[in-house]
Design a protein. Sequence first.
Length: 254
Amino acid sequence: MDAEPEHDWPQAVEVLNEDGRSGIVLLCEHASNHMPARYHGLGLEAPHLQRHIAWDIGAAEVTRRLSKRLDAPAFLSNYSRLLIDLNRPLGSEGSIPTRSEDTDIPGNAGLDEVERTRRAAVMFTPFHDEVARHLDTRQAAGRPTRIVTIHSFTPVFLGERRPWHAGVLYDRATGLGEAIIDGLRLDPSLNVAPNVPYVISDDADYAVPIHGDRRGIEAALVEIRQDLLANETGVEEWAGRMAAALARIQDAQT
């Protein structure tokens, strides 16, 4: 790695506003589609690296605006989910995918343990260690904490159209999840539902079960449909909606 451009290997996590006063801690595990040149796009044509398989389109921009609006700390990934998915347990089927949606990922086929360990050490573990350190500090100080992780999803998946504008995923944090849904549903034009288009599970998720449920911290994952984040107007609208929903939660519990 030493002979490669320094910008090719950023820190695993970008931390925003760590000392923010909010009780909300924001995560965005699929914020970036960055891939160091040594990986040669994992054998994919360049357009594939702009697709959902490489990152959650629009999620980083919403997270950044939420961090400012709420005065909340935020932790954003700096590498593509195709290299290693920060929201999948290490060693799980989705951790380093050989196929994503309908697309084979040639550069991930037949990886040896050395490369798997390298990616975990460079991209996965430092991100989650930084989040854990921040949560440890908050808990030691007795600060109220709720985790909200921001994602986006495709309007069509393997030919099936998804009708929701947003979904809120949660397991143990029913109160937090339902409160976010209630806040978003103040706009009657929105189709917002619980645990769509996915559900939280220990096998296929990391942030909510590990940083949230196992610590006894309320944690929810928000999925926003990507076509609604395709331009500046959409990003700003959804940042505003999410900020209002989360501010209501904070106001109700302070």
